[in-house]
Design a protein around this ligand. Sequence first.
Ligand SMILES: Cc1ncc(C[n+]2csc(CCOP(=O)(O)OP(=O)(O)O)c2C)c(N)n1
Ligand SMILES: [Mg+2]
Length: 270
Amino acid sequence: MTSTPAYAKQLRQRVLELCSRKRTSHIGGAFSVADILAVLYAEILDITADEPDAPGRDRLFFSKGHACTALYAMLELRGFFKGYDLLEQFTENGTYFTSHVNHNLPGVELSTGSLGHALGVSCGSALAGKRRRQPWSVFSILSDGELDEGSNWEAILFAAHHKLDNLVAVIDYNKIQSFGAVSEIMNLEPLADKFKAFNWEVEEVDGHALPALQDVFMRFKESRNGRPKCVIAHTVKGKGVSFMENDLAWHYRSPSEADVLKAISELEAV
Ligand SMILES: Cc1ncc(C[n+]2csc(CCOP(=O)(O)OP(=O)(O)O)c2C)c(N)n1
Ligand SMILES: [Mg+2]
């Protein structure tokens, strides 16, 4: 069986390959969320490639749809894309592997890319689960920049009102959005206090510490205490490749051949 660290490493390698081969962007945000996805798919979510639409599955909504390469790579590693050639088809006309997340693909709950929408849909899914007395959980992965969207705060209010304790929001808090630092463009702090004031249970965690992620995800998944949960995952945009880390340029830039060689050697050394 593949270990969680191996998933995280293979995921980053595949993201690098996809972004460089197809000259696409958003590698920084794909790398910041890589460890979160690896832990969720390897250790937490009750989802199987054999039956991606199983009624009793856990639901994962990936709101930061621009970082689609991370989700696609993870689903591919978990066997969801048998019969597809992700590398060949990614961004090509007429395929479902669009450059923002596409729900026509197996294992994908919702098309995303227009930021600020998945948490509201996650609330609907969680509410449906509770009303039907279903045991499954809903995870919703958001970027920090997209918390500027007012629709999220409406969903945050709604989730607490409806006691959606089967909902876990995960914030990929990499401190950078498309045109600069989150703190300069629209400061979120004190972020944990904001969620607490909205009556959510909140924990902050190093978003690259796999055991810590596993621990909080598992506890939050199992807890049914009447409160929605938020994991604020402190991450690094571009995590894993030194010259991409904390550099805004890698929100847009696609890696050249020389960048790829350098990046591969760093990723292999882990
Ligand atoms: C509603 C909406 N407005 C604008 C954009 C353009 N856009 C793409 S990514 C992005 C922000 C990127 O920063 P962040 O949300 O923090 O994502 P991450 O750092 O995780 O890549 C924006 C504004 C969009 N996708 N959706
Ligand atoms: Mg960000």
